[in-house]
Design a protein around this ligand. Structure first.
Ligand SMILES: Cc1cc2nc3c(=O)[nH]c(=O)nc-3n(C[C@H](O)[C@H](O)[C@H](O)COP(=O)(O)O)c2cc1C
Ligand code: SF4
Ligand code: SF4
Length: 442
């Protein structure tokens, strides 16, 4: 039976499933309900200086028939009184001593940081998360992402926090920066015990094109919001990997956040180095109950893979994530169509013809596609657009004996180095004549 419990920088939890600091953790009621449902930890909705929220405050990117593929908000940190939150935090800890309750905090001055840390520690918080991420409203007041984008300021605040913190400190990073290592290093140098990421992405989710205002609309106007949900997962995974692989950051426990919805998402974050995961949008969409699928799926995966604990596979994919220059240029795959499965929708033909390498033809008088092997570069596009599972497979065609990376070519002086160098990859590759396009149209 796999053990799902974790020790995250000294914060213990029965499992790695935590609620991110957001509306689902706005009150003791919600957090107790979530723990009852199976969540192992919760990061309390950020506590700090008083705020007033606008209405409306959320927006959705609906894609096809999928609602909330992306989600945005322009709400601020908690607007509830600090004393109410502290009282409820104490109560939650009484009922759930073995669950992780983490206080997310955002204030301004050194004395405010010291005061609020003392308050949440007195209320029994198991850890503190520093919110350096909020990309709207709070940053205009010099907090949130205004700090997350200034590594020097971030480090100074982490140092202030470490002066008084008696419980583990997690620094939550903003993704609104081109080089995530900079704030990551600053947090490590400031002495943080752990890092979590990502907070939301500064964005405009869409416009009311008849009233010329961005969503969500507040009395005819809007502002940039914080983007999250399934659409941001790939960027969050990349940023997590950047930190996990860095020699001066990767030793810190990392909590992965961004678009997590299923047990498979959880596994992916753990494989790239997350020791715990945090979820917001999926809970706002489907409720606390999604943790049941997460838990049973994770357990089953761990049993199948013979992993006894989260530690057993935390970061296990990292060695397989290399720089592009170290990939094997001699590895070759080509598309293969299973004509028995094909429903003759021709999506693969159109995609390859217009968007790739003209390596699929339709058999005469039929709509059945056929791969022109010598033209196929093995880009994957047809297999991605094909709506039938396993109808197009990518099959290895090299014999596996050769391995040559760009780095090795450069080292041996064999890399193409002029514009028309005959050693370049596309030289001699089939490309139709430009005027062939005209023939097809007539
Ligand atoms: C409506 C809303 C409010 C949020 N409020 C906070 C907050 O108070 N503090 C914080 O650190 N993050 C806040 N977040 C960010 C989330 O904690 C999380 O980092 C982000 O939504 C990415 O996770 P997700 O893709 O699972 O939603 C908020 C997100 C949303 C959608
Ligand atoms: S893998 Fe790419 S090049 Fe090959 S057939 Fe498919 S779309 Fe065309
Ligand atoms: S996309 Fe798939 S199902 Fe459609 S024609 Fe191509 S192989 Fe057949």
């Amino acid at each position: 039976m796999p053990d799902l419990s974790i020790d995250f920088a000294g914060i213990k939890a029965p499992n790695p499933f935590w609620l991110a600091s957001a509306p689902p953790t706005n009150s003791g009621y919600q957090i107790m309900k979530a723990f009852e449902a199976g969540w192992g930890g919760a990061v309390w909705k950020t506590l700090g200086l008083p705020t007033i929220n606008v209405s409306s405050r959320y927006g959705s990117l609906n894609y096809g028939d999928r609602r909330m593929a992306g989600f945005t908000n322009i709400e601020l940190i908690t607007d509830r009184p600090l004393s109410d939150n502290l009282r409820e935090m104490e109560e939650v800890k009484k009922y759930f001593p073995d669950h992780a309750v983490i206080a997310s905090l955002m204030v301004n001055s050194r004395s405010e940081w010291h005061q609020i840390i003392a308050d949440v520690q007195n209320a029994g918080a198991d850890g503190i998360e520093l919110n350096f991420g909020c990309p709207h409203g709070m940053c205009e007041r010099g907090m949130g992402s205004a700090v997350g984008q200034e590594p020097e300021v971030l480090r100074t605040i982490v140092e202030w926090v470490m002066e008084v913190a008696k419980v583990p400190v997690i620094t939550k990073l903003s993704p609104n920066i081109s080089h995530i290592i900079d704030p990551g290093l600053a947090a490590a140098q400031g002495g943080t015990d752990a890092i979590s990421l990502v907070n939301t992405f500064k964005s405009i989710i869409g416009l009311d094109i008849r009233n010329f205002a961005p969503y969500p609309i507040v009395d005819g106007f809007g502002t940039n919001g914080g983007y999250c949900g399934p659409a941001v997962k790939p960027i969050a995974l990349h940023m997590l990997k950047e930190l996990a692989q860095h020699p001066d950051i990767g030793h810190l426990p990392l909590s992965g956040i961004g678009g997590i919805e299923t047990w498979r998402d959880v596994v992916e974050f753990i494989l790239l180095g997350a020791k715990s995961v945090q979820v917001c949008t999926a809970v706002m969409h489907y409720g606390f109950g999604i943790v049941r699928e997460m838990e049973s799926g994770l357990r089953q995966y761990m049993e199948e893979m013979e992993f006894g604990s989260i530690e057993d596979f935390c970061g296990k994919a990292l060695p397989q994530v290399r720089e592009w220059k170290d990939l094997n240029l001699k590895y070759q795959v080509k598309a293969k169509i299973d004509t028995n499965k094909c429903i003759q929708c021709d999506l693969c033909y159109i995609a390859c013809e217009d968007g790739a390498h003209q390596a699929i033809r339709l058999q005469a008088n039929k709509r059945l596609p056929e791969i022109i092997e010598e033209n196929c570069v093995g880009c994957n596009l047809c297999s991605i657009v094909c709506p039938v599972e396993h109808c197009i497979e990518m099959v290895r065609t090299d014999d596996g004996t050769q391995n040559r990376s760009w780095a090795q070519l450069e080292e041996n002086g064999e890399a193409p180095d002029s514009f028309d160098d005959p050693r370049a990859g596309g030289v001699g590759h089939y490309v139709p004549k430009p005027t062939d396009a005209l023939k097809k149209l007539t």
